[in-house]
Design a protein around this ligand. Sequence first.
Ligand SMILES: Cc1cc2nc3c(=O)[nH]c(=O)nc-3n(C[C@H](O)[C@H](O)[C@H](O)COP(=O)(O)O)c2cc1C
Length: 218
Amino acid sequence: MQERKGSRRRRKTGNGESTKGLRREKETTLSHEKESWKPGNLLYPLPAVMVSCQRPGEKPNIITLAWAGTICSSPAMVSISIRPERHSYGIIKETGEFVINLVNRELTYATDYCGVKSGRDVDKFKEMNLTPLYSDTAAAPSIKESPVNIFCRVTQVIPLGSHDVFLAEVTGITVDKDYMDEKGKFHLNSTGLVAYSHGEYFQLGEKLGKFGYSVQKK
Ligand SMILES: Cc1cc2nc3c(=O)[nH]c(=O)nc-3n(C[C@H](O)[C@H](O)[C@H](O)COP(=O)(O)O)c2cc1C
């Protein structure tokens, strides 16, 4: 890769030090020289979410997804990408409903389990001691133990290749009262949310700033 004129060149460490685990303060010593890779998915971190769904008369199921995103604010819309061979794929396609349950530290083990076991073979709610919560308005149950449950109704299914993307409108949200203060403010960032990055789960940690802090008057 060519550097543009005017960009500052940084010096290499030169001491053979591995960049693995390098802390932010040391970054000024990185070279930022690039290696080209073939096209692939490397957009991280992502949320790892537990998506619950259910066919009428059958047991509820949970599928772990990382290919999930926010795509519109008005109306509130999300997307999830699922491989057609997943057990949950048919359930969501037929019922047109699912619930995105956010994952915190306590749910990480179950999240991984629900991402490697199929509902064809096991009852994931039972195996992971999770509680399906039913409502009058939704076909899919939410997961009681999750701090935030986002109820969704599918509006479009787009086949892309390996995955089909489901576009969906958010029809309702429930949040855990445990994380509400006496004024009724919900503290999402106190729930211990988990991110998925390059095959590993992390609990969100250090706060670095807030929206707009770069332009805020001191
Ligand atoms: C962290 C993680 C993220 C995953 N993300 C996706 C995804 O975005 N789309 C998908 O189709 N499968 C994804 N999977 C795989 C499914 O969760 C897995 O195949 C699961 O066993 C399917 O369950 P089901 O057969 O009960 O539907 C993911 C698995 C893990 C562990």
